[in-house]
Ligand binder design. Structure first.
Ligand code: ZL4
Ligand code: CA
Ligand code: ZN
Length: 376
């Protein structure tokens, strides 16, 4: 008789630091670390603590951070505070701290928590101690070697991938944040040991990079994939692009580990985003990636309508544990945020989808042509 391989026994390691929700970029800044604490409260009150192992990671050390970042940049992050900022005028320009990336109280500690979660998650995957590791305090994909960018200071993703590369010959990075994953792409642009694939809004949108024809350089040629999208993409359309592109990459690249950046700003109703994904459309990406059964590090990212980010990340944490969460939200520490309906779903709006079938066909054909020209 045939042995049926059952899913439903995934070992999930979830990294959460109770301090993370208290950091603040400033009251009017769109990035709110509090959404990670809201997500955690939903996860706990849905009972997912019975399914997975919950850890507080060791904060990343300076030395660990400098596996990617420059010493002088990390040194700056560790020294600068709102009180001594005036003594760092030259450095502030050089390292790009300002309106998008403000210097706030506890900035270095926040970076070390974000980085520690992704590095320890990667290390547990390496040792075969879990099948999935989750760090919603990570996903800060714009940070550069010696520069802050787009609300990101420390690139926890690059640090996590470097850790995975100690054991894995090929790592696939997938990015469903509405913004281009430029920092991760740039870090691995000239290597074939990491394939990066970002889906993002392209055209008059931060950070301005990520066109179809940016595919990598030297050994990395065709190991960077960009999927430029227009406003208003809906669940069915996103699925019709995501599944063929990722399916093809899996077949051709055969990675032994995956990092999935789950930025929640691709959801409908996001304060900064312009896509029209429902919670279930966003989570379909997580299900599809999970279906390949490869060790995966799941990280957070953007997401600026906090109640929707928390709903979606909680639902996705359920999926990763083979649990479908109930539509009725459980009572939790932030219950009042979810009124007036107190339901789990994030629903799409009636916004217009500017991604025509002809446009998407051009994008898919371009990507497949690049992939097929590559010998893996
Ligand atoms: C804000 O209200 O497009 C920052 C940023 C701070 C508070 C008060 C300061 C007001 C919107 C954004 C002045 C702010 C001017 N405050 C910001 C070109 C820009 C230069 C900076 O999801 N101004 C830069 C970055 C993007 C730009 C998006 C996404 C991160 C991620 C992963 C990063 N930067 C124009 C903006 C506000 C602010 C209101 C803002 N910044 C919106 N989009 C940007 O991919 C985590
Ligand atoms: Ca993206
Ligand atoms: Zn984003």
């Amino acid at each position: 008789p045939l042995t049926v391989k059952t899913t439903g026994k995934d070992r999930v390691a979830y990294f959460y630091d109770a301090d993370v929700g208290s950091f603040s970029y400033g009251s009017s800044h769109p990035m709110k670390p509090h959404r990670i604490r809201m997500t955690h409260s939903l996860i706990m009150n849905y009972g997912l603590y019975k399914k997975m192992e919950i850890y507080r990671a060791k904060p990343a050390t300076k030395q660990e951070m400098c596996q990617f970042h420059s010493d002088e940049y990390i040194d700056f992050l560790s020294r600068v505070t709102p009180d001594n900022l005036e003594m760092f005028q030259k450095e502030s320009v050089k390292f790009n701290v300002g309106d998008d990336c403000p210097v706030f109280d506890g900035l270095y500690e926040y970076c070390s928590i974000s980085g520690g979660g992704s590095m320890e998650g990667a290390a547990r995957l390496n040792r075969g101690k879990c099948d999935v590791a989750i760090n919603y305090a990570g996903g800060l994909h714009h940070a550069k070697k010696a520069e802050a960018s787009g609300f990101c200071y420390l690139n926890d993703i690059v640090l996590g991938i470097i850790e995975l590369l100690r054991y894995h010959p090929r790592v696939l990075y997938i990015d469903i944040d509405v913004h281009h994953g430029d920092g991760v792409e740039e870090a691995f642009y000239t290597t074939d040991r990491v394939m990066t694939c970002s889906f993002h809004k392209y055209g008059e949108f931060f950070p301005g990079t990520g066109e179809l024809r940016d595919t990598g350089v030297a050994k990395g040629k065709n190991y960077s994939v960009n999927v430029p999208l227009r406003d208003g993409i809906d669940d069915a359309t996103y699925k019709s692009v995501f599944e063929p592109v990722i399916g093809k990459i899996m077949e051709w690249y055969q990675p032994s580990a995956i990092v999935l950046q789950c930025g929640g700003d691709s959801l409908s109703g996001d304060r900064l985003g312009c896509f029209n994904l429902s919670m279930r459309g966003h989570a379909n990406c997580v299900s599809y990636v999970k279906s390949f059964g490869i060790p995966t590090l799941v990280v957070g990212g953007g997401g600026y309508t906090m109640r929707n980010v928390a709903r979606t990340w909680a639902f996705e944490t359920g999926l990763l544990n083979n649990v479908i969460l109930d539509e009725e939200l459980p009572y939790n520490d932030y219950y009042e945020y979810y009124g007036p309906d107190y339901q789990l779903d994030v629903r799409p709006s009636n916004m217009f989808n500017v991604n025509t079938p002809e446009y998407l066909d051009k994008v898919l054909t371009g990507i497949f042509t690049n992939l097929e020209s590559t010998k893996f």
